[in-house]
Design a protein around this ligand. Structure first.
Ligand code: ADP
Length: 546
């Protein structure tokens, strides 16, 4: 289970998430909807938590103020109705007041502090406080407010120190009371907000759990909804991919009346029209191919008659007046060209129709090259070119159709002589275990890169006005390329203006084998040596190839 182990490694997760984000529309949509709803739920949750917290505080505050007011009034009325005159009586009065406050206010944190700045009195009891560890929480601001305003209540939010030194939020309410004989005292009662805080925490936790559950729910719902939309889209994408790769019969299933069904219908309509147009084009091209082949066939018989008549005239040209003699010569060469063109056209139409049958047999490529050279020796002599054969030996036999390969070689060597400017033409043959290669190198005009790009095009010629000695139909290399590819071979060219050209034909030694490299280099050795390059030349980089 290699896939599972890959997923189970946490360090692969970021890469997997990135890959899913890029490749899955469903994953993207679900992530975006979950993230957006998460943000919305967070905002609402924070708002609710803040407003509930405020509300809880305000209600507790008003309750606390009411409570402390009630306790203070009860204590004050106790003092007002008392007739205590000595220290012990005042002390007793104060402690019973404290008990009453504690009973009325439900708080055990009570501090009674004498307002400073009064006459020192022997009767006045000392300050007393049950704040314990929280004594320091009564701030100076609150104290000065209480000291300066008799009859009013003041409050302050504080942090009380609870059991085990834990801080608890709380409120301290302060007011002044008047104790008979002893003078004015500040009374502080502290209230804990622990209950309110616990309620708020509970609310926040509930909101948090509900929020997470809601995000998960929204994610799951959008996953299901998006699936409904994405599945038909995925089918459409796969179908169009198959269509694009040539399977014209594929269609999207059409179900229902919704927008997806409309998409499927229009896609299928498009595929139908594409299929019928391609069929029409195929029929048309078949008709054209048949037309070319029929016309070429039909032209053969009249052309043979014309040729015979032309030959008779050509043979007797010496007895004609000079102008008529020239015409007979012209007729002869043009009829020859016409015949050549016709046979080339027939040959290429056979390739187009896919009706070429290879008649392969074990063939020695060196003999074949010698044959081709011999057949063109007289042309080379008229052009002043020296024809050389370089064959170092090796596995020179290959399973090929000798008639076709001889034709390719004759074409390549003929072209090299035609465009070789009287320079030598070198034909090299070499081989390795898998392939045999023949390179035809000339040192003539050469071609530019733009010309090289078209050299295998039908009817293409670098300079159509140039004087030709043989052939010149513009179909020679197109046919040679077909001949090479029908053998699973390559026909490649290197050429440079002024430096000549090199055409390399590479063929697999056994029929149907796939070529990987060529035994001969391209550009040729002499070029790389002149440039000072010694290294290996890339197999497919040297120019046009099949
Ligand atoms: P053809 O030789 O009948 O014109 P080809 O298909 O054999 O047709 O060649 C097409 C064109 O490629 C030629 O017209 C010529 O311009 C160019 N060409 C072919 N071989 C060479 C070469 N060895 N050197 C320069 N140009 C060449």
């Amino acid at each position: 289970m290699p896939q599972l182990t890959y997923w189970s490694r946490p360090r692969n997760w970021p890469r997997l998430v990135r890959a899913s984000w890029r490749s899955s529309l469903q994953f993207r949509t679900v992530t975006i909807s979950a993230a957006l709803s998460g943000v919305a739920i967070l905002v609402v949750g924070v708002y609710m938590s803040v407003s509930i917290g405020n509300d809880l505080f305000q209600s507790r505050l008003s309750q606390v103020l009411l409570d402390s007011n009630r306790a203070t009034s009860a204590a004050q009325s106790l003092f007002d109705s008392s007739d205590a005159i000595d220290r012990v009586q005042v002390q007793n009065l104060l402690s019973s007041a404290r008990t009453s406050i504690s009973a009325t206010s439900s708080s055990r944190l009570i501090a009674v502090l004498r307002v400073p700045g009064q006459d020192p009195s022997t009767v006045a009891p000392l300050d007393s406080s049950t704040f314990g560890q929280s004594t320091g929480v009564i701030g100076t601001d609150l104290r000065s407010q209480v000291q300066g305003n008799n009859g009013e209540q003041f409050w302050q939010s504080v942090s009380l120190i609870g059991d085990a030194a834990a801080t608890i939020p709380g409120i301290v309410v302060g007011s002044q009371i008047t104790v008979p004989v002893a003078g004015s005292y500040e009374l502080y009662i502290a209230y804990s907000l622990q209950d309110a805080e616990a309620t708020l925490l509970f609310v926040q936790q509930t909101l948090g759990v509900a929020g997470v559950a809601l995000v998960l729910l929204i994610g799951a719902v959008s996953w299901i909804v998006v699936r409904f939309v994405v599945t038909p889209l995925r089918v459409a994408a796969e179908t169009s991919q198959k269509l694009a790769s040539g399977d014209l019969a594929v269609r999207i299933p059409e179900k229902g009346e919704d927008v997806i069904a409309t998409l499927a219908r229009s896609f299928n309509g498009m595929a139908d029209s594409l299929q019928s147009q391609i069929r029409e084009l195929a029929d048309l091209s078949e008709v054209q191919q048949r037309f070319v082949s029929d016309v070429s066939h039909e032209l053969r018989t009249p052309l043979t008659t014309i040729r015979l008549a032309g030959d008779v005239l050509y043979d007797q040209r010496a007895s004609f007046p000079p102008a008529t003699g020239r015409t007979a010569e012209l007729l002869h060469t043009q009829v020859e060209r016409f015949e050549l063109l016709l046979s080339d056209l027939l040959e290429i139409s056979r390739y187009d129709a896919g009706s070429v049958q290879l008649e392969s047999e074990p063939t020695n490529l060196v003999y074949l090259a010698e044959d081709a050279i011999d057949s063109l020796r007289s042309l080379a002599e008229t052009k002043g070119s020296d024809l050389r054969l370089v064959a170092p030996g090796g596995y020179l036999n290959a399973d090929v159709d000798p008639r076709r390969i001889r034709r390719v070689l004759q074409n390549l060597i003929g072209n090299a002589i035609e465009h070789g400017e009287g320079q030598p033409v070198v034909v090299s043959v070499d081989s390795d275990v898998q392939a045999v290669a023949i390179a035809v190198r000339d040192f003539g005009l050469g071609m530019s890169q733009a010309e090289v790009a078209h050299v295998f095009d039908r009817f293409w010629r670098a300079d159509p006005s140039r004087q030709r000695t043989i052939g010149g139909t513009g179909l020679g290399l197109a046919i040679a390329r077909e001949d090479a590819s029908v053998h699973n071979g390559w026909l490649q060219v290197w050429s440079s203006p002024g430096a000549g050209s090199c055409f390399r034909l590479t063929l697999p030694r056994t029929k149907g084998a796939v070529l990987e490299s060529s035994p001969l280099p391209l550009p040729p050795h002499d070029v790389t040596a002149a440039r000072g390059e010694t290294g290996h030349v890339p197999e497919r980089g040297g120019g046009e190839h099949v």
